[in-house]
Design a protein around this ligand. Structure first.
Ligand code: FES
Length: 251
């Protein structure tokens, strides 16, 4: 591990060379919006809300997937960045049917909160108003494609933390959809363990617990930190203890 020195908003900052810009920016107590990033999951760099200006580099850089480097000079807030962040949020709102007033996550939604923080009080683009399905085939959870922002946190938590890889993304561009197994009703999935991790990491009301009413659904992300810490300490590694779960040798 080596240490690098960079400048963030005109302040000299030290960081470990393997850190991302987002980690270092947050360590400095600076807020920048994120949607696809979640501590404990791999980075995707898809939502582009964490864009920052790096002097000398072409275009804007997504802070969550950009590693720090010696001498970097970074700006996290500017008129140009505010303009792009707001535009991204407006495009997300216009792409599907985010009708907050009738959403289970109204008041707890990350997309809604970011829109408020970035001062997005209207959308300048035409709403696409797609006619999208709501999958209610699972006995405990629902998947409402109308509210999905394709952050893929559900896909990553199911693959990287639960190890089931039930969820994936089908299609391209505005036709992308979160699917279960081979694009079948969630309730008929053979790989889903019904753990609910995907529901908890979803930033909007796209994944929800059945029976939740408007504004009733709250999600908790802290289970991820708990699992990560447990794995680091090998708390659930029984390989050196009695292998009670190992199959009995055949006689
Ligand atoms: Fe960096 Fe989404 S949080 S691109």
């Amino acid at each position: 591990m080596s240490v690098v020195t960079l400048t963030i908003n005109d302040e000299l900052v030290s960081a470990r060379s393997e850190q991302t810009l987002l980690e270092v920016i947050r360590e400095q107590g600076i807020f920048i919006p994120t949607l696809c990033h979640m501590d404990g999951l791999s980075e995707r760099g898809g939502c582009r809300l964490c864009l920052v200006e790096v002097i000398g580099s072409r275009g804007l850089q997504a802070a969550c997937v950009t590693k720090v480097a010696e001498g970097m000079n970074v700006t996290t807030h500017s008129e140009r960045l505010n303009k792009y962040r707001r535009m991204i949020l407006e495009l997300l709102f216009s792409e599907r049917n985010h009708v907050c007033a009738v959403c289970v996550m109204n008041g707890n939604c990350e997309l809604q909160a970011l829109a408020a923080i970035e001062g997005m009080d209207h959308v300048r683009y035409d709403y696409l108003c797609p006619d999208l399905a709501v999958d209610l085939s699972h006995e405990r959870f629902g998947l409402d494609h109308n509210r999905c922002v394709l952050c893929t946190r559900c896909v990553r938590v199911c693959d990287e933390i639960e190890g089931a890889h039930t969820k994936d993304v089908l299609g391209r561009g505005i036709n992308c959809r979160i699917i279960n197994d081979l694009n079948q009703p969630w309730g008929s999935s053979v790989s889903c363990t019904s753990c609910g991790k995907c529901v908890q990491v979803c930033p909007t009301g796209a994944l929800f617990k059945k029976g939740s009413s408007v504004a009733e659904m709250e999600k908790r992300h802290d289970f991820l930190a708990w699992i990560m810490a447990g794995r680091e300490k090998n708390e659930w590694d029984h390989s050196e203890k009695t292998p009670y779960y190992a199959p009995k040798p055949r006689g």
